[in-house]
Design a protein around this ligand. Structure first.
Ligand code: CA
Ligand code: CA
Ligand code: CA
Length: 451
């Protein structure tokens, strides 16, 4: 789940969480869970902040897989004159692990540059370079590529879908790329998740929730990659994660000891990462959240105990004892779903190495768009989360149900009453819908008069 959202979830349940975290050794830092983002350092650096990660076999092009990584939480489309852009001093990373050791075998790294501005507006169109590393060999597979501008309004950015389509590029290795502003495809009734609404409704899917993220945007990097470049030929399962690096000197200013380094290319340090949704928000204790963001999946064993003994299950038990008991120790089901892949039943197991990655079994056929079940594997739709993640997958409902014990004989119809993105997702690359325009400002005037 996106970090902003769960930061707010934590805020909503802060009293309970602090009480619980204190008994778990979270200590005084647990109080900082009341801030609006999940980890103290990255909350000060939104342009480097991963929000969501998706990976799925493309339903319309099943010989390809699509990876979508989003950054910059809570973009208000009307945030002029300095609208949102990728940070020109960050490095944006998408990693693919082909052999289950938690280390990347294929990496894509993105660097952005600003363009001269015009009038009194910052220019939101950026150029960028894509570097692909396979093993130790790095190749520039795209340079001088352009993002579309942000969706400012009908005068500055008329016919936005056509403008955005110009932001789709072919890379030198046969993949397709898009980078730029999009609608935030994540959906959640953040305010209600822990406020009894979902459970009061009895069946989460009918709770009549409010999409807290409706009307907000994010910055998206999307890749569509021939499966032949990803498939390992044996278990056909890849692990994917996204991250952001900043120059070590800049990071050292923010944290006392820059102990964790980014991959390759000395001089970079990782400041954010995202594999499975929800992890740093509600699995990792607050005093370790910055460290988790700086760690690579190969070193995740140190965090396994928090997956195995989830604080969230303890919180559920405290908030909703009438629906318990919620098992909060020895959760081997969560270790599998989030750390190794599911092996019973066999779905996307990648071996014994515990590493937080979004695992996608490329040999499982995609589900047609009109047949997708948002509860994914829980509903028998094996092409969805936790086998990779699609834009349509209802991560809040799935996560609440799985943590609640759906895989260990404790099924509850948990959910937040929000079942889909407020904007229809596209059925072609890059799949994430166009952002609202600043002029439309859907959070303010609801019926603007277009010129
Ligand atoms: Ca590997
Ligand atoms: Ca949305
Ligand atoms: Ca939901």
């Amino acid at each position: 789940m996106r970090k902003l959202a769960l930061g707010l979830v934590l805020a909503a349940a802060v009293a309970s969480l602090i009480a619980v975290a204190a008994t778990r050794g979270g200590g005084p830092q647990a109080a900082s869970a009341s801030s609006h983002r999940e980890a103290p350092l990255i909350s000060q650096d939104p342009t480097a902040d991963n929000t969501d990660l998706y990976a799925f076999v493309s339903p319309d092009k099943p010989d390809t897989a699509t990876i979508i990584a989003n950054w910059i939480p809570g973009e208000d489309p009307a945030a002029g004159p300095n609208y949102y852009t990728f940070s020109p001093t960050a490095r944006y990373d998408i990693y693919v692990d082909q052999n289950g050791d938690g280390k990347p075998d294929i990496s894509y790294q993105f660097r952005f540059k600003n363009q001269p501005s015009q009038f009194f507006l910052g220019n939101t169109q950026q150029s960028y370079t894509v570097t692909k590393t396979v093993g130790k060999k790095s190749t520039t597979v795209g340079s001088g590529l352009l993002t579309p501008p942000d969706n400012i309004g009908p005068r500055s950015t008329p016919n936005y879908p056509a403008l955005a389509a110009q932001g789709i590029h072919q890379l030198g290795d046969g993949a397709t790329v898009f980078a730029g502003q999009r609608d935030d495809p994540f959906f959640a009734d953040v305010g209600a998740i822990f406020d009894l609404v979902a459970i009061r409704a009895g069946t989460g899917a009918t709770g009549g929730g409010k999409d807290f993220l409706a009307g907000y945007g994010v910055h998206t990097i999307a890749l569509q990659i021939p499966k032949s470049q990803l498939d390992n030929g044996t278990n056909h399962t890849i692990g994917v994660w996204a991250a952001t690096d900043r120059r070590v000197a800049a990071v050292q200013e923010r944290r006392r000891s820059a102990s964790a380094k980014g991959y390759g290319n000395g001089g970079w340090a990782q400041v954010s990462r995202l594999g499975n949704p929800l992890i740093n928000e509600v699995v990792i204790p607050t005093n370790l959240k910055d460290k988790w963001n700086a760690t690579s999946p190969a070193n995740d064993k140190q965090f396994e105990t928090y997956y195995q003994n989830p604080i969230l299950a303890t919180v559920l038990q405290k908030l909703y004892p009438q629906f318990g008991p919620f098992q909060d120790t020895n959760r081997q089901d969560l270790v599998q779903v989030l750390g190794t892949g599911l092996k019973s039943p066999m779905l996307n197991y990648t071996g014994p190495t515990f590493a937080d990655e979004l695992r996608l079994n490329l040999s499982i056929a995609p589900t047609a768009f009109d047949k997708i079940k948002p509860l994914g594997v829980l509903a028998g739709d094996l092409a969805g989360y936790p086998n990779g993640r699609r834009l349509e997958d209802d991560i809040v409902d799935i996560s609440e149900r799985v943590v609640g014990g759906a895989l260990i004989g404790h099924s509850l119809p948990l959910g937040d009453g929000v079942d889909a993105n407020d904007q229809p997702n596209l059925h072609v690359f890059p799949y994430v819908p166009a952002p609202f325009s600043g002029f439309d400002n859907t959070k303010g005037v609801t019926n603007p008069t277009h010129p």
